[in-house]
Structure formats: C-alpha cells, structure tokens
Design a protein around this ligand. Structure first.
Ligand SMILES: [Zn+2]
Length: 280
C-alpha cells in the first residue's frame, strides 16, 4: 500500500473510536517488527522518526527504507516526524517524503507556540503533509523542569484557540503522561481529556504511552485519544531480548532477528489494546 497522510488515518480512527499506534523506529529490526505486527493484526500504523535518531541513521535513508517497506505492506502506513523543534529538521523530513510532521513548541509561551505552529502548517500544506502540535507539557524530554510537568495539563480554552488559529490536524494533549520510563505511578486526568474531546471534536494524541497499564490505555481511547506514541516499550523489549541472547552463542544476525521478533510481540499487544487491530 502507498503511504497515507496522518489526517486521513486519524479521521477514520476518530470516527471509529479507536487509536492508531505511533511507533518510533530507527532501524530495520524495529521497522520490520512493527510492520509484521500490523500485518498480523490488520492494523493501520504510524512509523515515526525523531531528530535524535539522526545520530544513528540519515533521515533520507531511513525515510526511503520505510517508504519502500510501506509500499510492500498490506496495511496503511503513515511516515511521521516526531517532536520537531527546529525548522531545518522539518524541511529534511519533507524532502525525505514524510507524510506527517509533529511540531513541538509546547515549551514556548502560548503566543509563540501558535506562531511557530502556524509557520510549520503553512509549509507542510504546500507538501500535502499533515501536522500535529502539542499544547501543555508532556514531560520527559528534558525541555523543562520535570517536577512541574504533571501540573501542566492542557487547558481547554487555550486548546480551542490554538486549534482554530493554527489549523492543525491533530493535537497532542498533556493529561499526566510522561515520556520514557515512569518513575512514579502516572495519574491521568481523564476528565480533562473528556472535556478537550467535547470541545475540539478532533483527533487527539497521547505521548508517553509506554508503561501505561492496559486499563489506562483503554480509558484514554474510550475518551477520545486517536494516536498513542510508543517508543520505550519497544526499546525495553529489544534490550531484554539482547540480554537474554547475550551468552547463547547465537550470531549477530540471529540476535537482530530475535530483536525484530521481540518488537513484533510488544507492538502486536499494543495494537490489540488500542483497538486498531482489524481496522486496516
Ligand atoms: Zn512525544
């Protein structure tokens, strides 16, 4: 299947009351593991690449690889840039054929977040590319003081203004999740999520989806989340597999293949919880 835009993919999720998994990937094991899981469960998927992954792989090279893999896949795939904080990275993604971009100016003031997001929306529209932006703070990326993060829930009135003035296709909301490994039990503000969905009636995104219980993920989907970002769960499964295989005498190819299969298993499990299984 050819790549699809995030706008098209999430419109269906919004209508069908399910969430699509946004899996952050940076190598062949992760890309093929997630695509295998999507084909097995018949799930639409979002494969995302982030700026920090450029330490390992060129965005144009990995973009070409994912586009090729998506072309062979039998399920819809969106190629998404995660957490762009600089314009030049967005341009590299657009040139690499990405079909979706997340601009993250959530650490700026509301006015500056709106202005930055408007600029990215304008350029992305020229390429026919969807845009996600974030309002409120989902912590864990080191942009701000972590101890204050949980209080930075998205404000409904601000979100309504933000969406109206920027014209974004999806909004990442802060309702108590954090990126990376949870150091304490996450306290989700489902009531706030419900209010945001009522007011905005559009696809909402949850970052920090790794480490949430199945019950929490299910509650988020039931209250209007249509895209859930998952990265840490994949990397923990991959690293556990590497540890298990460390002294087995298995060669490198065998170990990488096992990592692919470990990613496949955890991605498959999440697709079922998010209810994207069977929606492709
Ligand atoms: Zn994120």
């Amino acid at each position: 299947m050819a790549l699809v835009s995030m706008k098209e993919m999430l419109a269906k999720a919004n209508e069908g009351h399910y969430a699509v998994g946004n899996f952050d990937v940076f190598n062949i094991e992760m890309v093929t593991g997630v695509i295998d899981a999507a084909e097995e469960t018949r799930s639409p998927i979002i494969l995302a690449f982030g700026g920090e992954f450029e330490k390992l792989a060129d965005i144009g090279d990995i973009g070409a690889y994912i586009r090729s893999a998506a072309g062979r896949a039998s399920v819809p795939v969106t190629l998404h840039l995660d957490h762009a904080t600089e314009f030049s990275l967005v341009m590299r993604a657009l040139k690499a054929g990405f079909t979706s971009v997340m601009v993250d100016a959530s650490f700026k003031s509301l006015e500056d977040n709106i202005a930055t997001t408007q600029e990215i929306v304008k350029i992305c529209r020229e390429y026919g590319v969807s845009v996600e932006a974030e309002l409120g703070h989902v912590g864990g990326l080191g942009f701000y003081d972590e101890d204050q993060d949980t209080e930075c829930y998205t404000v409904v009135e601000e979100a309504a203004r933000f969406v109206k003035e920027t014209g974004i296709d999806a909004l990442a909301v802060a309702i108590g999740t954090v990126h990376g490994v949870y150091k304490r039990e996450p306290k989700l503000n489902i009531n706030r999520l419900h209010e945001l969905k009522e007011a905005l009636q559009m696809p909402l995104v949850l970052h920090g989806g790794s480490g949430l219980s199945d019950e929490d993920l299910t509650r988020c989907v039931a209250n209007g989340i249509n895209k859930i970002n998952i990265f840490t769960d994949l990397t923990l499964a991959a690293m556990d597999q590497m540890k298990a295989d460390a002294d087995t005498g298995l060669n490198y190819l065998g170990k990488c293949t096992n990592v692919r299969d470990a990613v496949h298993k955890v991605a498959r499990d999440r697709m079922q919880v998010l209810r994207s299984a069977g929606k492709a």
